[in-house]
Design a protein around this ligand. Structure first.
Ligand code: GLU
Ligand code: MG
Length: 431
């Protein structure tokens, strides 16, 4: 490994773009911080400051490194080795800043632990596809696995050097689509990894002559590209609290309440998990993403899927038993995405909601299951639902909400008049 000249202190903004500043590694000290600007959180995903932010040119903040999150970046062809550390955006006296997405997640994790003595394991799955190819592409095929063998091997070793534990890398269903999945981690680390993995994956592919995108709809009419979050609920000492073998869906009443919160607030959360105008083309029936807002047993069109367990050879299901949130995409900041899931789950427990309804059979959306809650059909509808929800808006400061809505509204204004194909093109270059 070559010498690391720079250490990059990084945050990820509302548009889920990693940004920050570097210091010389030889000067880096424990508790390092660098200057930052409030309006930087309000830069649209195409790169300019949105109108209507609660701050303008005045004001200063710091990016405060979380030393424990330090990562080594090494082994990417044509790219210098370096260090990377996640930072919280704080006020100049070190106090928390209410618009920092990483702090919002840390607060949600703390609430879960302090109020209900609960912990989680979390793992993000990322799909992505190689762009601009017209060659035949067969789903899940070994030929595609071999085609990208060299890049897959490099990717896994780069991720491992960065302290990320990939579970697997595989050819997916969509045209030239792949997927990288990670081992379960504590929630903050899992979300940190999700922030970093996209940038590292893109850079590894780019350095090996391949152009990829994580955009939810890389081309019109093709398979969608999701970011799924697997999560398990545990007691303070890691004891499995979600599993109840005799309950419907084998889901304990505690997990039933947590998941009921996510379903109850699903429509108000959509502006967070489906934050791009094109996200809505992915979220529909027959797309194996999310057709409606429901919890389904082993169902790949549910917003929440109760995952199967592997009991081959007598393996115990209790610790493995977990859920998958299938609605998200790469437009969503992973810290915010996980934070809103936890906050909705917390509401479910606080309000003592009845356990979530579980759809156990293949749903018939037109007849028997027609009453299942629909997703909003556009980003503007989703933003309205967010603004209308007293509960969901109460989770954030006014400053944060105003910023979130301003950034998303600016994005809608900037892209107005573009055809769907043009939008797909824009986002496949951004993500
Ligand atoms: N590509 C699907 C999506 O847009 C997910 C397919 C799967 O992994 O089940 O979420
Ligand atoms: Mg997949």
């Amino acid at each position: 490994m070559s010498e690391s000249i720079f250490t990059f202190l990084a945050t990820s903004d509302i548009s889920s773009r990693i940004k920050g500043r570097s210091v010389l590694t030889k000067n880096y000290k424990i508790g390092e911080s660098v200057g930052w600007v409030p309006a930087n959180i309000g830069i649209t995903n195409t790169g300019h400051i949105a109108e209507g932010l609660p701050y303008r040119s005045a004001g200063d903040l710091r990016l405060l490194a979380d030393d424990e999150s330090m990562r080594k970046i090494s082994g990417i062809p044509e790219t210098p080795d370096g260090q990377f550390v996640f930072a919280d955006v704080v006020k100049t006296n070190g106090d928390a800043w209410s618009c920092c997405p990483r702090t919002i997640l840390k607060d949600a994790i703390q609430e879960l632990s302090e109020e209900f003595n609960l912990s989680m394991t979390v793992s993000f799955e990322h799909e992505f596809s190689e762009k601009g190819l017209t060659t035949p592409s067969h789903p899940f095929s070994y030929s595609r696995f071999l085609d990208h063998g060299e890049v897959g091997k490099t990717l896994v070793s780069v991720l491992e050097s960065a302290g990320i534990r990939p579970e697997t890398w595989l050819p997916e269903y969509g045209e030239h689509q792949y997927e990288i999945t990670m081992e379960p981690e504590a929630p903050l680390r899992a979300a940190d990894n999700a922030v970093l993995i996209r940038e590292l994956t893109r850079q590894v592919y780019k350095s090996m002559g391949k152009d990829i995108t994580f955009s939810p709809v890389p081309v019109p009419g093709g398979a969608g590209t999701g970011v799924h979050i697997h999560y398990g609920l545990y007691g303070p000492d890691g004891e499995a609290v979600a599993y109840a073998p005799d309950a419907p869906g084998r889901m304990s009443s505690l997990a039933g309440k947590f998941n009921a919160g996510i379903i109850k607030y699903g429509s108000a959360l959509t502006a967070f998990f489906a934050p791009l105008p094109i996200s809505y083309d992915r979220l529909k029936p027959n797309n194996w993403s999310t057709a409606k807002i429901f919890c389904g047993l082993e169902n790949r069109e549910a917003l929440l899927r109760i995952c199967p367990t592997n009991e081959i050879g007598g393996k115990s299901p209790a610790e493995q038993f977990h859920f998958e949130f299938r609605g998200g995409d790469a437009g969503a900041n992973p810290w915010l995405l996980l934070a809103v899931l936890i906050k909705a789950g917390l509401e479910g427990i606080r309000q003592d909601l009845p356990p979530v309804e579980i759809i156990t059979e293949e749903p018939d959306f037109d007849e028997e299951n027609s009453s299942l809650q629909s997703l909003p059909e556009s980003l503007s509808d989703a933003l309205q639902l967010l603004e209308d929800s007293e509960t969901v808006t109460s989770w954030f400061s006014n400053e944060f909400l105003q910023t979130y809505i301003a950034v998303k509204q600016q994005e809608l204004n900037d892209l107005e008049g573009k055809s769907f194909a043009e939008l797909c093109e824009v986002y496949s270059n951004v993500y």
